[in-house]
Ligand binder design. Sequence first.
Ligand code: PMP
Length: 294
Amino acid sequence: IPFDMRDGSLWFDGKLIPWKDAKVHVLTHGLHYASCVFEGERMYSGRIYKLKEHTERLFESARILGIKIPYAIDEINKACMEACEVQGYTDAYVRPVVWRGSEMMAVSAQKTKTHVAVATWSWPSYFDPETKMKGIRLDISQWKRPAPDTAPTAAKAAGLYMICTMSKHAAEDKGYTDALMLDYRGYVAEATGANIVFVQDGVLHTPKPDCFLDGITRRSVEALARIRQLKVVERHIKPEEMAGFSEAFLCGTAAEVTPVAEIGPYTFKPGEISRMLLTDYLADVQREKSVVEL
Ligand code: PMP
């Protein structure tokens, strides 16, 4: 069912309203000029995993774009919970979104109102579990993550997803599941909606998030790895180094931990460490209190 035609309710500018009434005008600044930031969260067994971190990142993304959220952090946390509750979910994907309204229609948006909505839906696993254990195949994108002085790379800003959709479509057209994006310097960056981690001789190597999203899942998985006494190195990774890694996996709220079998010409074996961290992550999200502090 298309998203705009679903039943139920969602949180929109301070109250719960019928899902089908949650509309914006075509002359909305956020639509034309990408003055929009969002989050992606998951509720597991009635608790939203790392809700505090996600809400803080939402406020930080908005701050970077100069958008003032007209609610307190606690109100947004509450909105996320209410948006799940009203749908009767205990397990769901949660999507808070913040955008500039239609009061002005030009590059300048000084007088626009800021709108906030939170919608939730059922999204069992990003990649189907069968494929998940086999490892997915990634293309290497033609598009590069831009430099931090070219775009607001630390924000989860809608505008930054333009090249993600283009990269993902190009990969899908070639039969791949997703695409790995390099950064403006040519280093390995991330996938189109998740971070990437590699394994070499029991050590995790992951790109330093200096020009792309600092994933909350990546931070959780790194902390879980340290509990397992695994060393984690955040550094710049050249594409050709991928030849020397034994395992690779994606991490993200939607992707959770997803083993990768192929990235362009490089192959990996979804192995022990990916499986262990997937199991540890799936255990942590179910705990009343996560064992990791971020
Ligand atoms: N990079 C991109 C481009 C993403 O869309 C996501 C998903 N939000 C991530 C990384 C992973 O972030 P997180 O673990 O916080 O969901």
